[in-house]
Design a protein around this ligand. Structure first.
Ligand SMILES: NC(=O)c1ccc[n+]([C@@H]2O[C@H](COP(=O)([O-])OP(=O)(O)OC[C@H]3O[C@@H](n4cnc5c(N)ncnc54)[C@H](OP(=O)(O)O)[C@@H]3O)[C@@H](O)[C@H]2O)c1
Length: 257
């Protein structure tokens, strides 16, 4: 499958890097455009793809077009394109109805990936209209599964999912920065401190497959112990409430408030 990325920014780069190193089904060729920054050429050079002169050329050469521009660019980009066979949209807070109005003759699939796709450990939420061509959906799913676990969702759940899985790598990075930073400030090698947080996050992620969040908290925090003191300090300074507020702020921004 030839996959063309309209837009060569952060998320296009993450997906392209993921496919470049994936062991599963990957595009046979990747094409890229940008709006003049040169990022398309740089990304193509990095992952072994090709920068293309125009979005028109890219659409003509691609089996799948990945729309990887900012949501505000949707109308401008769509207006100038020939009819793509299939469009995979990464656009945040952009409904299937809105996408279909811009690409009425194409199979349009709405995706929400997170940054983990870059290392083939992403999460991708996927919504498609009832009348989507099933063979195109199956082809897309096969490629996406080589860089992420894929969750089918109704279109109306995509914004909530975005706030939970799309934004959260940045939140976990805040935790890594804070804890790793304290470790480094207090004598650990900075790289080692971040590595320790990363390994602790990976182990916790695996534990979450077997135990509830509450069970993990109580298993670590023995009464009177240091974790209990840490959890008390977290609760006193915001703790879980800070993440609830982060969720709410993201949803509010997606809804344009
Ligand atoms: N970043 C994430 O973690 C993430 C997660 C999920 C979904 N998304 C979604 O992915 C989309 C892209 O986000 P991003 O973070 O990758 O943005 P970004 O880094 O700003 O990249 C946007 C890209 O679009 C290009 N572009 C703009 N107008 C164009 C045009 N007319 N033709 C071709 N290319 C054009 C830009 O070109 P230049 O390089 O020339 O500026 C840039 O390469 C957004 O809709 C966002 O909601 C992002």
């Amino acid at each position: 499958m030839i996959v063309g990325f309209i837009g060569s920014g952060n998320m296009a780069a993450a997906m392209a890097r993921g496919w470049a190193s994936a062991s599963g089904e990957s595009p046979s060729r990747m094409l890229f455009t940008d709006s003049g920054s040169g990022r398309a050429t740089a990304l193509a050079d990095e992952v072994g793809g090709d920068a293309v002169a125009s979005n028109d050329d890219l659409v003509r050469e691609s089996d799948f077009v990945i729309l990887a521009v900012k949501p505000a660019s949707l109308e401008d980009v769509a207006a100038s394109l020939p009819r793509p066979r299939a469009v995979l949209s990464l656009l945040g807070a952009t409904t299937l109805e809105k996408l279909a109005s811009q690409f009425p003759e194409s199979t349009v699939i709405r995706l929400m990936p997170n940054l983990g796709v870059e290392v083939n450990q992403g999460v991708i939420c996927m919504a498609e209209p009832d009348n989507a061509d099933p063979s195109i959906v199956a082809e897309a799913r096969k490629m996406l599964e080589s860089i992420a676990s894929v969750h089918d969702l109704p279109d109306e759940s995509m914004d909530v999912a975005t706030a939970v899985m799309g934004c959260s790598p940045a939140y976990f990075a805040v935790i890594a920065e804070a804890l790793g930073g304290e470790g480094a400030a207090n004598g650990l090698e900075p790289d080692v401190a971040i590595q320790m947080v990363a390994e602790s996050l990976a182990g916790t992620a695996e534990l979450l497959r077997h135990r509830t969040p509450f069970e993990i908290q109580t298993a670590v925090a023995s009464p009177g112990g240091s974790t209990e003191a840490g959890l008390e300090a977290l609760a006193a300074t915001g703790g879980a409430e800070a993440f609830r507020q982060a969720y709410a702020a993201s949803i509010e921004r997606m809804r344009g408030n």
